[in-house]
Design a binder for this molecule. Structure first.
Ligand SMILES: [Zn+2]
Length: 326
């Protein structure tokens, strides 16, 4: 009897091991990096360009101990805060709009997936007719062009807020910038160069609306002309906030914490609080460049700061006539 059991156990083991041999682990594959969301009649697609890790030492305004404590509570590595590069498409029916373009070839190790994820989502770069940039940092502009500076969205007009253009595209500002910041000017200028040459680069002054479907507003501080974009359809709205937040585990409970990339920390904090309070009040969807992919969800206020309620995975539109389990 004992012998039989052993024999069965052995043969089961063999079956298991041969099953494993037939199904090698698919470690090179992840689900495609796009996520679709309905906002009224507008179809929004989050696109994953890649990721980076940020050191918690970049954060200012909270003790290192408290930061470590919050990261531990959120099961985040004490040395590395994982950070997505998200861009977004909005199909309004009249325009195919893209918000930002990811880090592209500027972060070759872990980014540059925007185009493949766009194709996986069913769109082609030639179909994008309008691009809005929240600001001109490299992780938002490098995806516009290839490494030689050639436009990757040949039919798109790129709209840059005036405050950004006046800073990053001004040779005098570049000349007077600290030596270690000069490269960022050159990167922004190169990413935009072929759009400029073809007459496809335009500036605008928020709250102007370059197309009727969008509302724009300055949310300065992170950069001199950082801008948020709001799309509204049939009583639903989504606001693209760019870099108003980088470290959710820290900055949602402590919105007064800034990051070293903020050019003007005081205004960055004021802009974050103002926009977050508006989002809580209005109930818009919020779409963020650096929150965990897809970077879309709702904000609510809590006793101290804000809570993030991310979008859930599911069909494009949830059926409303399904039986309710009670
Ligand atoms: Zn950024």
């Amino acid at each position: 009897m004992k012998k039989d059991t052993t024999a069965i156990a052995l043969s089961s083991l063999l079956l298991i091991s041969s099953a494993w041999a037939d199904a090698p682990a698919q470690i090179a594959q992840q689900v495609p990096g796009y996520y679709r969301l309905a906002v009224g009649q507008y179809e929004v697609t989050s696109l994953f360009d890649g990721y980076n890790d940020l050191s918690p030492s970049l954060l200012k305004g909270l003790s290192a101990n408290k930061i470590r404590e919050l990261l531990a509570e959120n099961k985040i590595n004490a040395e590395r805060m994982p950070t997505s590069f998200n861009a977004f498409l909005i199909n309004t029916g009249k325009h195919l709009v893209m918000i930002d373009s990811g880090a592209g070839h500027c972060v070759p190790q872990t980014a540059g997936k925007l185009l493949s994820n766009m194709e996986a989502s069913g769109y082609h770069p030639e179909q994008v007719d309008t691009i809005f940039l929240t600001h001109l940092h490299l992780d938002h502009v490098c995806g516009l062009s290839d490494v030689a500076g050639k436009a990757l969205f040949p039919n798109a007009t790129v709209y840059v807020p005036q405050g950004e253009a006046e800073y990053w595209l001004d040779p005098a500002k570049e000349a007077s910038a600290p030596e270690n910041a000069k490269a960022y000017f050159a990167i922004a200028q190169k990413a935009l160069s072929s759009y400029k040459a073809s007459g496809h680069l335009k500036t605008f002054v928020p709250p102007a609306s370059p197309i009727p479907e969008v509302q724009t507003a300055y949310a300065i501080g992170h950069t001199p002309g950082s801008t948020v974009y709001r799309f509204w359809s049939e009583g639903k709205a989504i606001t693209f906030i760019g870099d108003l937040i980088h470290a959710p585990a820290i900055q949602f409970p402590h919105p007064d914490v800034s990051i070293r990339f903020d050019a003007d920390a005081k205004n960055a904090i004021l802009s974050r609080t103002r926009e977050f309070n508006a989002l809580v009040k209005d109930g818009d969807w919020m779409a963020a460049a650096h929150l965990p992919f897809p970077g879309v969800g709702h904000l609510t206020a809590n006793h101290q700061g804000y809570s993030w309620n991310p979008a859930i995975y599911g069909p494009y539109r949830r059926a409303t006539d399904v039986p309710l389990l009670k």
